[in-house]
Design a protein. Structure first.
Lengths: 400, 485
């Protein structure tokens, strides 16, 4: 899924305007599509890696544009994130070629040609094991081979449990435990919220035979990252070799214990809405965090930290939190451990590369479903996903 | 403002990097599968091997193997790089595969890691094993059955919807052939496919035709290829699937029954092949003009007969591998085989009891009535042969064809490539070379070991090089020539 592809069209007449369209049918049966306009060269060829798109879902030279600019098709459900639950099957993307520069009504036209591409999160040989042990709920992905491998705990934010990044990391050589701590049907009520749960999952990962017990790292997004920062800073028995935090609110929000979703819900009345009626949580969290007593102290972290920040994050005050965290570590002489990567115009949902960019989507809270504004603008956000992933892999390679 | 006419409506999208379907979960494999690495057992076994990987400050960590593409077509080149090894030490890289018949094939190479503990197969020199020298793809083209295997095996794919799983492993030291006690330091898996995503497979049983059609995705029309194998008979699908993955609607045609099924295919004549061509042409997704014929061994003879015959369907181009024009088909194939079999009694047996057919057909070249009138061929012809072909007189035939076509004035249509030290079975790239294998002579219902010939390294080069030239040739004559304004 994180590998680029090459796409070429040949045997066209020279200087012929054509439209390339990519479509994907998600597991939820939603149709995603993207299209772009090209003109063939004098040899009748189009090369997406080199040529400019003249319009459509993206413009300019974008080798991977047909993936990251995918959007839910008009007429279907809207505002839903692209989520793959089954890691054993690929996302299937069809690429079709149409005559001329079309912008809609593709279904009424006959494509000139078509090809199919499969995008996988899991490499061949990677083992997927569902973990239900000592109350810990998650999925462990182990690379093929005897090991031992360096390992990672992987968590997401309040949106809940997702496996795809852990599957990708295992495909890149890391034993990775995707950990559920919220919104999972098999989590025992209350057990997902306490710090002891995370300590238990850490111990569990260390005990896997294929894992090299002293080469563990923590990788989290959003709230999950905040929890990891708390763990790394405050708990002496948790000693990661390195930590990656993507858009974490940790500098300003102490996750502590308790029901996070309720906390989030309490923020809602104070939350502003944007022009589309989408909630912008960020300011509420900012206001919430001004009380310094409540903010998380990260000074106890002993390992290198990679902070990924989307400067247009409208969900959490990612930039401010990262600056705060860096300051806290500098204050105790550990500023050299922090690397901060800040991406202008990137939003909250910094996913692995080529994931469709979504500026807002629906979010389920207890009792209501709202639309949250994540932030992020097309091309810069896609570039942030690509660059941050490369930097994350380099960082993990170096420290694990 | 441009509207494309139907004759120009043949377009090809080449998706170079595609990943294919159906990753087989390791958890689903049986416990006695040699490729199974149980979670605890292998780890415990490997710790002792990994012990000596410890350097002073670092705790044990597994070497990392990057093998690309993780999922690819069988004709794609590979890239293998191992890191995290102890520097300047001997290691063996091994590729292990299990065939659908449950036989194990492997290839291995001896390397020495560099100063930073890396072995890069594309750049480093292999010091011994199944191959030597700088051979980026050596671990796949030099595959041979593991020691103790059944004799005279040939690796052929039956179900194209299941990939070959290649297990790439790295081991301490320079191991020779016997890996029974050698546990791997690291392991990764590559899938090799004969079929790309989106290609569909359609069984064809109409108008007396017995075959399988592989169609590229999309509305078409695309060029078509009639794909013909040799005298071994049966329905062999993998090359047609691969050609479809390159954009050609390909019909793998069975024309000799192997007797396993109750088909009455042993009496066909040229009309059978004409029917197959007609089926291809009239398929809604296939161009009715851009049709080629691809033959190997006896299939080449058939292809030449079709093209030289003044019948209604003339192909746009021919690819002929390891075959001869000295087999004229006038009546039924049964007659033709009978004619050939008169001479099989004269075939030689070498010191290993392998049957050599090469020489006994030589006299046919002297008699014009045996030979297809290649001077009548009106389309471009790509002729490929190995000069160590022990089964057919491919090289002598090629020379004779050239003479005949010069005399007739159509030699400009002919391109001949003779590969030194290549044998008879010039297959798609990276198919393991075998110098001989089990073969059933159908007429006599006799099982022999047939000598095909070829030296592995040169034969593998011939497969790789000829395939590239074949694809260029097909593209030139079936795709790009049609889109000229």
């Amino acid at each position: 899924m994180d590998e680029p592809f090459q796409l070429e069209v040949a045997c066209l007449p020279p200087h012929c305007p054509v439209t390339l369209r990519s479509t994907l049918c998600s597991e939820g049966n939603d149709l995603w599509e993207s299209f772009s306009h090209y003109v063939s060269d004098e040899r009748g060829r189009v090369n997406v890696s080199k040529d400019d798109s003249l319009g459509g879902s993206y413009i300019g030279c974008e080798p991977m544009g047909l993936l990251w600019s995918l959007r839910l098709a008009v007429g279907g459900r809207q505002n839903i994130r692209l989520r793959k639950k089954n890691m054993q099957t690929p996302l299937v993307v069809d690429i079709s070629l149409f005559d001329g520069h079309t912008i809609d009504n593709f279904n009424t036209q006959t494509a000139l040609a078509m090809t199919t591409m499969e995008r996988w999160y899991m490499a061949p040989g990677v083992r997927r094991i569902e973990v239900r042990e000592n109350g810990v709920v998650g999925t462990l992905f182990i690379p093929p081979g005897p090991g031992p491998f360096p390992a990672l705990l992987d968590v997401w934010g309040l949106a809940g449990f997702m496996e795809h990044r852990a599957a990708l990391l295992a495909s890149r050589g890391y034993a990775c435990l995707a950990l559920a701590y919220i919104n999972h049907p098999e989590l025992q009520l209350g057990s997902g919220m306490g710090i002891s749960y995370f300590q238990e999952s850490w111990k569990l990962l260390q005990s896997v035979p294929q894992v090299s017990a002293d080469r563990l790292g923590l990788l989290g997004s959003c709230f999950g990252a905040a929890i990891f920062i708390l763990m790394a800073s405050e708990l002496p028995d948790i000693s990661p070799r390195c930590l990656v935090a993507i858009n974490s609110p940790s500098g300003l929000l102490n996750p502590g214990e308790g029901n996070y979703l309720e906390k989030l819900q309490r923020l809602l009345p104070e939350t502003k809405l944007d022009a589309n009626g989408h909630f912008m949580i960020k300011d509420a969290i900012l206001a919430f965090g001004i009380d310094l007593e409540r903010s998380l102290q990260a000074g106890g972290i002993q390992c290198p930290v990679l902070l990924i920040v989307g400067e247009d994050d409208q969900c959490v005050p990612s930039l401010e939190s990262a600056q705060k965290l860096e300051a806290q570590m500098r204050a105790v002489g550990k500023g050299h451990l922090v690397t901060k990567l800040s991406y202008p115009e990137a939003g909250h949902l910094i996913e692995p590369p080529y994931h469709p960019v979504m500026r807002s989507s629906s979010f389920i809270l207890p009792g209501q479903t709202v639309t949250l504004l994540w932030g992020g603008v097309g091309k810069p956000h896609a570039a942030a996903q690509e660059d941050s992933w490369r930097r994350i892999l380099e960082f993990l390679d170096k420290h694990l | 403002m441009s509207s494309l006419t139907t004759s120009m409506a043949q377009h090809l999208i080449k998706s170079v990097k595609v990943f294919l379907r159906f990753c087989r979960r390791q958890d689903d494999m049986e416990k006695d599968d040699p490729l199974w690495q149980p979670l605890t057992g292998a780890a415990e076994r490997s710790f002792s091997a990994v012990e000596d990987l410890k350097s002073e400050n670092e705790t044990r960590i597994s070497p990392k193997i990057i093998a690309q593409p993780t999922r690819g077509l069988v004709d794609e080149k590979i890239y293998i790089r191992v890191s995290n090894l102890i520097p300047n030490k001997k290691f063996t890289l091994r590729c292990l595969l299990q065939s659908e018949d449950k036989d194990l094939w492997h290839a291995y190479g001896h390397y020495i890691s560099d100063d930073i503990g890396v072995v890069n197969v594309a750049e480093d020199v292999c010091l011994g094993g199944s191959y030597t020298g700088k051979e980026p793809n050596g671990l796949i083209w030099s595959l041979k059955p593991v020691p103790g295997s059944r004799p005279a095996l040939r690796l052929r794919k039956q179900n194209v919807f299941i990939p070959f799983l290649l297990n790439i492993s790295v081991h301490n030291g320079h191991i020779n052939d016997d890996f029974k006690d050698a546990c791997s330091l690291a392991l990764t898996v590559m899938e090799r496919w004969y079929i790309a995503p989106g290609v569909s497979r359609i069984e064809v049983r109409e108008n007396g035709i017995h075959g399988t059609l592989f169609l590229p995705p999309g509305p078409g029309p695309v060029p078509g290829i009639l794909d013909l194998w040799g005298g071994g008979g049966g329905l062999v699908e993998y090359r047609a699937a691969l050609l479809a993955s390159h954009g050609y609607a390909s019909l793998a045609l069975e024309y000799i029954s192997t007797g396993k099924k109750s088909t009455s295919l042993n009496n066909v004549d040229l009309k059978y092949f004409e029917a197959a061509l007609h089926f291809l042409k009239s398929h809604p997704k296939v161009s009715n003009e851009q049709i080629g014929v691809f033959g190997l061994s006896f299939g080449t003879s058939v292809a030449l007969n079709i093209a030289a015959n003044q019948n209604r369907i003339s192909p746009k181009c021919l690819v002929c591998i390891s075959g001869s024009h000295s087999v004229k088909i006038d009546g039924s194939l049964a007659d033709v085989f009978a004619d050939i079999e008169i001479n099989t009694g004269k075939s030689k047996i070498d010191e290993n009891n392998h049957v050599i057919w090469r020489e006994f057909n030589l006299p046919r070249l002297a008699d014009p009535s045996n030979k297809v009138k290649v001077g009548n061929i009106k389309c471009p012809l790509l002729l490929i042969a190995g000069d160590d072909d022990q089964n057919w007189i491919a090289v002598e035939s090629a020379k004779d064809m050239e003479n005949m076509m010069k005399a007739a004035g159509n030699e400009h249509l002919l391109t001949t490539i003779i590969y030194p030290k290549a044998g008879h079975l010039i297959e798609p790239p990276y198919s393991p070379h075998i110098r001989f294998s089990n073969y059933i002579i159908l007429g006599e219902k006799q099982k022999v070991v047939m000598l095909w010939g070829g030296q592995t390294k040169e034969h593998s080069f011939a497969q790789e090089d000829s395939w590239e030239k074949i694809l260029d040739f097909l593209y030139l004559h079936l795709y790009s020539s049609s889109s000229k304004l």
